[in-house]
Design a protein around this ligand. Structure first.
Ligand code: LLP
Length: 434
């Protein structure tokens, strides 16, 4: 489900024309639909209604304060991976007591900060980290709530760079070692063993890896709960979305199929997992990122040049890999559509950015309607792992971001002024000019 669709010839986000936004705010421009964020959150929330649950939005996927505010207002918690993200969640109006803190490299300062904010739980990735959290908690005279992240050694069947739940990965503690780790953790001072956590990977479009992992880990959660009296079991994030072709229909009936094959919907996810989870009698946490934010965002860009070589038809646009790195990094597919639909010829095109790398592309040999200089395109499903992975490579300012709500729109991040890119830099003292 998403709210980017054509009204007549014009691509709109909810009730707002993207051409009008491009004209007003310039490009590259991220546009987010508040309605899509809300729709996805409530869809998942309702599907999980048979369980006592908390949806902790993986804010690494999109941490704009307006996105945080949208989800916080719906009751969401946040899955965070740094002190900066906890601060950001709070800045956006999130409740730190609904924040979980994951990541393999938490520093002492970050642990102390998280303790001071009274977060819901530390999701712990190693025994050394458990000892460090205990030490910091003793020093600060606080009790630290902890959950071990169990690595269930289940292949999520997704891209290698976003698989996290096998023994090839740096994440979590091996399934076989977890009970021993809890036994030792129980002897460490100032820890409260609050739950168990897992996360097997991202962009899973099939429910089977989730079923396998939950079926394997739920009995472990039950045994540990009997011994330590847990509050929760977190099954992580990873629900995949439809990337191609997302625009074909905004109808949920279509949305649940891809090329005739069923894909993961919140209902199928819940129908499969609720029977395995309900008997635990624990609060269930989920940590979706992409599922909530992915199809809620588009990156709008302007065509700068058309360049024909002997073999290729290049469409050179003003967005680049520094704005959206997913195609370069994971070979990801993002649907590309014109903001104004004209019909006419379809040309096999390479859509590329201005950066000096061959990896700076958004699509290769993609059949696209013929476009001309000055036309605008939208890269769809760019709401997750889009702007958050942006960089200043080639001294390119970070893109502006707009939130749409019905017929209303507002800039929720201004385009970065170019001087801000080098704001913290200066020549060394011995390089001063007289
Ligand atoms: N929980 C944990 C512990 C995670 O590490 C992640 C994502 C999530 C939840 C949320 O996963 P999601 O529901 O969004 O699949 N940059 C990559 C994705 C990296 C995912 C990292 N961890 C991409 O663009 O595909």
């Amino acid at each position: 489900m998403h709210s980017f669709r054509y009204v007549g010839r014009e691509l709109c986000c909810e009730g707002v024309s993207l051409s009008a936004l491009a004209k007003k705010h310039g490009t590259p421009l991220y546009v987010y639909s508040q309605g899509t964020l809300t729709g996805h959150y409530t869809g998942l929330d309702q599907a999980l209604a048979p369980l006592e649950h908390l949806i902790c939005f993986a804010m690494k996927s999109n941490s704009n304060l307006a996105v945080i505010r949208t989800l916080a207002d719906l009751g969401a918690g946040f899955d965070t991976v740094s002190a900066g993200e906890i601060q950001r969640a709070v800045a956006g109006g999130g409740d730190p007591r609904k924040c979980v803190f994951a990541g393999v490299g938490k520093s002492e300062e970050e642990i102390a900060y998280a303790l001071s904010q009274d977060i819901y739980c530390f999701n712990v990735e190693s025994e050394a980290e458990l000892r460090r959290i205990s030490r910091v908690a003793v020093r600060r005279r606080r009790i630290a709530p902890v959950a071990v992240r169990v690595n269930p050694n289940v292949d999520a069947g997704t891209h290698a760079k976003i698989t996290t739940g096998t023994y090839e990965n740096k994440f979590g503690i091996a399934f076989e070692q977890v009970e021993g780790v809890y036994a030792r953790a129980a002897r460490l001072p100032n820890l409260r063993l609050r739950g168990l956590q897992m996360h097997i990977g991202s962009q899973l479009t099939d429910v089977e890896p989730f079923r396998l992992a939950v079926a394997k880990v739920a009995p472990l959660a039950a045994r540990l709960n009997a011994r330590y009296g847990f509050d929760f079991f977190s099954i992580g994030g990873g629900i995949g979305i439809v990337y191609r072709p997302a625009l074909a229909s905004a109808d949920p009936a279509w949305w649940s199929t891809r090329e005739g094959r069923a894909i993961l919907t919140p209902q199928r996810y819940a129908d499969t997992l609720v029977p395995l989870l309900k008997p635990l009698g624990l609060r269930i946490l989920v940590e979706p990122g992409r599922f909530l934010s992915g199809n809620a965002g588009a990156l709008v860009t302007r065509v700068e040049y058309i360049k024909k070589t002997g073999r290729k038809h290049f469409v050179i646009v003003d967005a680049a890999m520094n704005d959206l790195i997913r195609p370069a990094f994971y070979d990801s597919y993002h649907e590309i559509v014109p903001l104004t639909r004209r019909g006419g010829a379809v040309v096999s095109s390479d859509v590329v950015g201005p950066i000096c790398e061959s990896g700076d592309f958004f699509a290769k040999d993609r059949p696209l309607p013929r476009v001309a200089e000055g036309d605008h395109l939208a890269l769809l499903s760019a709401g997750a792992y889009g702007s958050v992975m942006g960089s200043n490579y080639n001294s390119r300012p970070l893109a502006a971001e707009v939130l749409v709500h019905g017929r209303k729109s507002a800039v929720v991040r201004t385009r970065q002024p170019v001087e801000q890119i080098w704001a913290g830099e200066a020549p060394a003292p011995w390089q001063q000019r007289r």
